[in-house]
Ligand binder design. Structure first.
Ligand code: CAA
Length: 383
């Protein structure tokens, strides 16, 4: 068993850490105030090889694998979780196209995504009446002479207004999972419109919008995967996406741990005694243990995915544990830092706001527990 990153993986961690420290961290608060990620930021991310981290070089990707991807997401999220989620969702979109797309679709979209010609890619699955129960979605795709006509409403779509390519799930058949098919819709398609970005609690630099599809006509070639395979395709993509959200949560959690560490060291310097007392040190230790345990879960899920082995249960475990551990870490950091952490535009309060959604998007903690429990019941306890 090998628990060390390879040289190539370590290089990605170091270069992403440098990029995050220089290009992101100094302006994270400004992006949050502006509720905007500038185009140049996403371009810098792409130029660093971070869109398509796990994509073949032939498509312009870095072909660095899933472990490197998870490590890169954690580094970006440490500096700016809003940029990290934009990068992670766009990687997920690129990977879905790479895994299920036709040759033409891959040629049309993958190099542009990887190069940063596109601001981002969006994943339009959720609807006003279909969040956790994704199989109940009602957007329809009706066959037309030379394609399909898509109509319906999508909700909570990350950067759906800024994305040049949107993957849309729609019903082509009867009710339930088997009636769903996946389509690629391009920005500017007639009938596709985005609503106003939601006023969110956190991750505010990243837009989250409703998308409306009013008789959007797409050619047959826009279908992604086979008819009726859309739900499975979404589940496969989300298994991978959950590794990204887990890593994002850990970036936030590690930043919180660093704030707590700095606070304890400052108290020590001010003469409050070693580590400002045992209670504070124990709290710091618990944060470190949980974040580290969560990181090992993330690495295992990423390692399995990289080897093309089943990893749904492991990704769900990583996501539920990492997002909950990170939220506990942020709260503990605020307790250690005191009321100063909660006034004005403090970083600790931003972390608190940014962290919460990691327990919700790409499947709530309850959905992860469902995935884990079903797999334990089916496969047994030892994976
Ligand atoms: N891989 C491959 N196939 C899978 C699968 C997986 N991980 N999970 C399920 N399937 C298949 C099943 O085998 C089944 O196929 P068969 O009938 O042929 O056996 C079919 O899909 C239906 O599966 P289920 O019966 O398990 O489906 P379900 O309706 O009970 O749903 C669920 C299960 C786990 C709750 C699922 O609905 C789910 O994951 N919901 C959460 C949705 C979600 O995560 N949304 C996030 C939105 S995107 C987002 O947040 C991005 C962002 O912007 C940040």
């Amino acid at each position: 068993m090998q628990l060390e990153l390879s040289g190539a993986q370590q290089t990605i961690v170091e270069s992403t850490r440098r990029l995050a420290a220089t290009t992101l961290a100094p302006t994270t608060a400004a992006r949050a105030r502006a509720h905007e990620i500038p185009r140049e930021v996403m371009l810098a991310i792409a130029r660093a090889g971070l869109i398509g981290v796990n994509l073949d070089k032939k498509w312009g990707g870095a072909q660095a694998g899933v472990v490197a991807y998870a490590a890169a997401v954690r580094e970006l999220a440490y500096a700016d979780p809003a940029v990290a989620v934009t990068m992670a969702v766009t990687n997920m979109v690129a990977e879905v196209i790479a895994a299920f797309g036709s040759e033409e679709q891959k040629i049309s979209y993958l190099p542009k995504l990887a190069r940063g010609d596109f601001f981002a890619g969006a994943f339009a699955l959720s609807e006003p009446g279909a969040g956790s129960d994704a199989a109940s979605l009602t957007t329809r795709a009706v066959p037309d002479r030379d394609g399909f006509v898509l109509s319906g409403e999508k909700l909570w779509i990350s950067h759906g207004d800024q994305s040049d390519v949107v993957i849309v799930w729609a019903r082509t058949g009867g009710p339930g999972a088997k009636g769903i098919t996946c389509f690629i819709v391009e920005k500017g398609a007639q009938g596709l419109s985005a609503g106003k970005p939601e006023e969110k609690m956190g991750i505010v630099a990243s837009h989250t919008v409703p998308l409306s599809l009013d008789q959007v006509r797409v050619p047959k070639a826009a279908r992604l995967g086979a008819e009726g395979d859309g739900f499975k395709l979404a589940m496969v993509a989300l298994d991978g996406g959950r590794i990204g959200v887990a890593a994002q949560a850990l970036g936030i959690g590690c930043r919180a741990l660093d704030l707590a560490k700095a606070r304890l060291q400052a108290l020590e310097r001010a003469g409050a005694g070693a580590g400002a007392g045992q209670a504070a040190q124990f709290a710091l230790a618990d944060m470190a243990v949980e974040l580290d345990a969560a990181w090992l879960l993330v690495l295992r899920a990423a390692w399995l995915k990289e080897r093309k082995r089943p990893f749904s249960r492991e990704a769900a475990m990583a996501k539920v544990f990492a997002s909950e551990a990170a939220n506990r870490a942020v709260r503990a950091a605020i307790d250690l830092c005191g009321t100063g952490a909660l006034v004005g535009d403090s970083e600790a309060s931003r972390l608190l706001r940014d962290c919460r959604v990691t327990q919700i998007y790409e499947g709530t903690s309850e959905v992860q527990r469902l995935v884990i429990a079903r797999d334990v019941l089916r496969q047994g306890v030892l994976s």
